[in-house]
Design a protein around this ligand. Structure first.
Ligand SMILES: Nc1nc2c(ncn2[C@@H]2O[C@H](COP(=O)(O)OP(=O)(O)OP(=O)(O)O)[C@@H](O)[C@H]2O)c(=O)[nH]1
Ligand SMILES: [Mg+2]
Length: 306
């Protein structure tokens, strides 16, 4: 399956849910009126575009309809498309820093997020893409908390043909990552990807631990690129935005990986994220297999929806 059809497949539930409902509304109205906008607003909200972002979109549509003197419901789709394109610019084709701005020294990526969002799986998928792209990758087993975390990550690193550094369960995650960065420098790797334990953004001590790990990486990365990615589960709705804000406040977040879009009709969350946060979505997860991770493309998203 090629890039576009995978992207489309991953978003098929969202397309069916959101766009079919919009088509129905367009069919049911002979002219654009307040009730028409009410129904559009409702569809956006149940697709997880979020209340405030949906309202902003509807207000913009109302202004356009008025200024352009539009009365036919069919015209709304193009206007809606334009509004969504505008909102998505924050995420248009934003690559990993290590790809968009390659350094001669070792680059480091740290992957964070709450429990079970898909951090470890996404690391395996990204590592696989990078090794295919002839990068030398080392994965650091920074989740020393969960008993089976090392084994799971080791399997992914083998699949991705990446090196792997681990300590025992219960070890200090900062020490694992420190060792991994030094091993990677010695072995002349290009990129270290650090897994971390899932942690609730509301747990103060766990966020403090993350700040410590962050300091170690900042110190050891030298002139290399350092990028912090948060993994969000697309089915977690508005809470995903709260998670990003908390992690961003603690360590600064450079990009978002939005997983499990294949399982949800609520891909509208992409629009809410882009409108409410100034942090690009870099990847979307569209399944559990190694190549089920796509670089996010605003254009492909629009094409998949409309
Ligand atoms: N359908 C689907 N499942 C996914 C996707 N990404 C991850 N998963 C599944 O989500 C589950 C959790 O994935 P993990 O990678 O273990 O998540 P994690 O964030 O590392 O979890 P913790 O380390 O326990 O916090 C696994 O069953 C994955 O296969 C995706 O894009 N689509
Ligand atoms: Mg994990």
């Amino acid at each position: 399956m090629n890039f576009i059809s995978k992207f489309k497949n991953g978003l098929s539930k969202t397309r069916t849910n959101m766009m079919n409902k919009i088509d129905d509304v367009i069919k049911n109205f002979v002219k654009i009126d307040e009730q028409f906008f009410e129904e559009l607003l409702e569809i956006l909200i149940i697709s997880d575009v979020g209340f405030s972002t949906s309202e902003i979109i509807i207000d913009a549509l109302k202004d356009k309809v008025k200024s352009l003197r539009i009365s036919e419901p069919e015209a709304i789709k193009d206007l809606l498309k334009d509004e969504i394109i505008k909102i998505l610019t924050v995420s248009s084709d934003k690559q990993l820093l290590c790809l968009s701005n390659p350094s001669l020294t070792l680059d480091v990526i740290m992957v964070v997020g709450i429990n079970g969002t898909g951090k470890t799986t996404s690391i395996g998928k990204i590592a696989n893409q990078l090794t295919k792209d002839n990068k030398q990758v080392l994965i650091a087993a920074g989740d020393t908390f969960r008993a089976a975390a090392n084994e799971q990550l080791e399997i992914w690193s083998k699949r991705a043909k990446a090196d792997f550094v681990k300590h025992k369960t219960g070890a200090d995650p900062g020490a694992v990552i420190y060792d991994a960065i030094h091993a990677a420098k010695k072995r002349q790797k290009n990129i270290v990807i650090c897994d971390t334990a899932g942690r609730l953004h509301t747990k103060k001590n766990l966020m403090e631990e993350l700040k410590k790990i962050n300091k170690i990486i900042l110190r050891e990365v030298g002139n290399g690129q350092y990028e912090k990615l948060i993994v969000l589960d697309a089915t977690s709705g508005n809470n995903a935005l709260v998670q990003v804000k908390a992690f961003h406040e603690a360590i600064g977040i450079d990009g978002i990986i939005l997983t499990k879009l294949d399982g949800t009709a609520k891909g509208g969350i992409i629009i809410a994220i882009c409108q409410q946060l100034n942090i690009p979505i870099k990847y979307i997860g569209v399944g559990e297999k190694i190549d089920d991770l796509q670089q996010f493309s605003a254009k492909a998203f629009i094409d998949a929806l409309f």
